[in-house]
Design a protein around this ligand. Structure first.
Ligand code: CNA
Length: 330
């Protein structure tokens, strides 16, 4: 039987990876983490927007706006409770990146995600560029001193009434994790890494991103013409749509299915399974055995499920927010 377009695309990519003479640079977004239970921004009717709708924000992206946070940090911390690392397990895609690292084929991972799942899957810090920061470090927004993550975690997990927002032990200012808000610059590491890497990208795997947030969204358009660019996404996006190149490979598919197929073609499936199994055991053993209400957690629990609204009124609000976010292009 004749191969489908996607099968041809997967075979072409597998051939390039098997050759072993080119390194892979990943450019990834929220879509590689949706299988972990973390919703992206733009897929319609997901719990993240449902949660945003409940926060009574003046506009949806205010939750990540530094000016808004300075006056009203609570909505961000309501969302942070849902997104805080430690609640989610990495996806097959994250373990695929780790496998690429283990094979000596990884050049760099540029991620827009703030969930740190790359790190949890075992990708080494030297490869990771968290373009929009992460929850790993925290600073006081007034005196700018670094504040221990334990203070933030304590506030998020063991919150008592009225103490949702962590405060600086020195000056009592609001503490904010170092994730990049609208109105803030990207981390220096993003610019220095890209300066070093831009001309050295050989295979670019762009995955799970709508390529709408700049400057990140322009990275795939800045790689050299002889680089092989691969888009793994449910929909066509960014430069792959407006300026498609002859070497581009389009795999318009679910990220997890992509990993299963490509690993099959590369003969990496059992190694991937092992990584996932061992990774899961490690994460589970390092988790607290009690939940934030002091109840025993079920063995093998994976929490972090987002609540979805069912009432007509709430669904309408969510849809309006989706529309406004799409218009604002965040
Ligand atoms: P986005 O704009 O929400 O786009 C996600 C893209 O992924 C869309 O094109 C979807 O069609 C696609 N997609 C969703 N699920 C899958 C899947 N399973 N397989 C394949 N494709 C899929 O998200 P971007 O990352 O492009 O936007 C950048 C924002 C979103 C960044 O600033 C992030 O910090 C922010 N964000 C991060 C997280 C996270 O850390 N996990 C979650 C939600 C939002």
């Amino acid at each position: 039987m004749a191969k489908t377009k996607i099968e041809n695309a997967l075979s072409a990519l597998a051939k390039e990876i098997k050759n072993g003479d080119k390194k892979i640079t990943f450019f990834q977004g929220a879509g590689i983490s949706t299988a972990a239970g973390i919703p992206d921004f733009r897929s319609p009717k997901t719990g993240l927007y449902s949660n945003l709708a409940k926060l009574n924000l003046p506009y949806a992206e205010a939750v990540f706006d530094i000016d808004y946070f300075e006056k009203t940090p609570e909505p961000f911390y309501i969302l942070a409770e849902e997104l805080y690392p430690g609640k989610f397990l990495p996806t097959k895609f994250h373990y695929f990146v780790k496998l690429v690292q283990d094979k000596g084929l990884l050049k760099r991972v540029y991620t827009q995600n703030i969930d740190t799942l790359e790190r949890i899957a075992g990708v080494h810090d030297k490869y990771i560029v968290e373009a929009h920061g992460s929850f790993a470090n925290n600073h006081c927004i007034d005196c700018l001193k670094e504040v221990s993550g334990d203070i933030v975690k304590e506030c998020i997990y063991n919150r008592k009434e009225g103490s949702r927002v962590p405060l600086c032990p020195d000056c009592n200012g609001y503490v904010k994790p170092d994730i990049v808000f609208f109105g803030e610059g990207l981390p220096e590491k993003f610019f220095s890494s890209w300066e070093a890497d831009a001309n050295e990208v050989e295979i670019a795997i762009v995955a799970g991103t709508s390529l709408t947030v700049y400057p990140f969204a322009s990275l795939p358009s800045e790689v050299n013409d002889d680089a092989i660019r691969v888009l793994v996404n449910k929909e066509i996006a960014g430069d792959f749509k407006v300026d498609k190149r002859s070497l581009d490979i389009l795999i318009l598919k679910d990220c997890e299915e992509f990993v299963e197929k490509i690993c099959e073609l590369l003969g990496w499936s059992s190694e991937l399974e092992k990584l996932i199994e061992n990774g899961k055991k490690e994460v589970m053993s390092s988790r607290p055995t009690l939940d934030d209400k002091g109840k025993e957690r079920k063995p093998g629990y994976i929490d972090g499920e987002f609540t979805t609204n069912s009432s007509k009124e709430e669904t309408d609000i969510v849809e309006k927010l989706n529309e406004s976010i799409n218009k604002l292009n965040i």
